[in-house]
Ligand binder design. Structure first.
Ligand code: ZN
Length: 289
C-alpha cells in the first residue's frame, strides 16, 4: 500500500487513482494522516478486505506540492548519527559500537516538495530512509521489529553544521530543526510493496549532480536493530518517525567543504518509494514551506 497525505487528507494511491480514506470508509476512519497510525492494524485489515470495491475518486495526477508528510506531527522523532561506515569515515570518527540517537524537533517536518529558507551558517544535506512506526511498543525483539513498522518513506536530515559542531558539546537536535529541515514523503510505502526492505538504493543530487548514492543494506544498524534498540529505552508510539542515517557524500565531509546556497535544488530519493525536492532561498526571500 502507498499512502499519501494530500492537502491533509489520507489517500491510498492505487494504479487507477487515489482512494480518499474518510470518504471510502464513510467516516469509519477519520482520514487524518496522523490518526491512522493509532488504528494501524485495523486500517490495513479494512483496506485489504475492501480494496477490490473501493473506487478511486481522483485520477492521482496531482501537484506534488500539495503533499504533506505521511506522519506530519508525530509524538516522537528519532534520528541516527553515523549509521553508514563510509559516512562515519568521512566525518572522521570511529564506527559506533551502539546507535547514536538524537531528535529533530517535530515542527521541522514538512511535505516532500518545498522551498526552504537558508538560516545563517552552513546548511548540509543528508538523504535518509525514514521509518514510520505502526503498532510500536516496548522491548520489541529484532525478529518482530518489522511488524511494529507501518512503512517507509524518504527523508532529508538537513543540518546546519556551524551550530551543530560549535560549543562545548554538539547541538545536533537544534541544528537539524530549522524551518523545513525535515521534509518527508512523498508516500508511506508498506513493506510488502518492496522487494527487499533491507536493501534499497538511496541518493541525492544537487542541481542534477549526484552527491550521494548508497544502499540501506550498508547501514551499521539495520531498521530492525534500530527499532529494537530504541524500544529498550522508550515506548515507540504509532506514527513516530525514525531517520535512519545517511550514506557518504555530505558537504561537510568534502575537501573543501560544500554547502547549500540560494537557488540550489536538492533531490533526494529512495528506490521504490519516491523523491523529495527542496529548493533553497536566502531567508529574506523565502516563501512559507
Ligand atoms: Zn542524519
Amino acid at each position: 500500500m502507498r499512502l499519501l497525505n494530500l492537502d491533509g487528507r489520507l489517500q491510498v494511491s492505487t494504479p487507477s487513482g487515489l482512494v480518499d480514506v474518510a470518504a471510502a470508509s464513510r467516516g469509519h476512519f477519520s482520514g487524518s494522516p496522523q490518526e491512522v497510525y493509532d488504528r494501524w492494524e485495523e486500517f490495513v485489515a479494512w483496506y485489504e478486505k475492501n480494496k477490490s470495491v473501493l473506487a478511486p475518486t481522483d485520477t492521482g495526477d496531482i501537484d506534488p506540492a500539495r503533499l504533506g508528510a505521511p506522519s506530519p506531527r508525530p509524538l516522537q522523532v528519532f534520528a541516527v548519527g553515523l549509521n553508514y561506515a563510509d559516512h562515519a569515515a568521512e566525518s572522521g570518527v570511529a564506527r559506533p559500537e551502539a546507535p547514536v540517537i538524537f531528535t529533530k524537533f517535530a515542527s521541522a517536518i514538512s511535505g516532500p516538495v518545498t522551498t526552504v529558507p537558508l538560516p545563517a551558517g552552513s546548511v548540509d544535506w543528508e538523504v535518509e530512509l525514514v521509518v514510520v512506526i505502526g503498532r510500536g511498543g516496548r522491548d520489541i525483539p529484532t525478529s518482530d521489529a518489522w511488524n511494529a513498522v507501518a512503512g517507509l518513506s524518504v527523508g532529508q536530515d538537513l543540518s546546519e553544521r556551524r551550530r551543530q559542531m560549535s560549543g562545548p558539546l554538539p547541538q545536533f537536535s537544534l541544528a537539524k530543526s530549522h524551518r523545513g529541515f525535515a521534509p518527508i514523503g512523498p508516500a508511506l510505502v508498506t513493506i510488502d510493496e518492496l522487494d527487499d526492505p533491507d536493501d534499497l538504493e538511496l541518493g541525492a543530487t544537487i542541481n542534477g549532480e549526484v552527491v550521494q548514492r548508497g544502499r540501506t543494506s550498508q547501514m551499521i544498524f539495520s531498521v530492525p536493530e534500530l527499532v529494537s534498540h530504541l524500544s529498550e529505552t522508550v515506548e515507540l508510539c504509532p506514527g513516530d518517525v525514525l531517520f535512519t542515517g545517511t550514506p557518504a557524500g555530505v558537504g561537510v565531509g568534502r575537501t573543501p567543504p560544500r554547502f547549500l546556497g540560494s537557488g540550489d535544488v536538492l533531490r533526494s530519493y529512495v528506490d521504490g518509494i519516491g523523491e523529495l525536492v527542496q529548493t533553497f532561498t536566502s531567508s529574506d526571500q523565502a516563501r512559507p514551506v
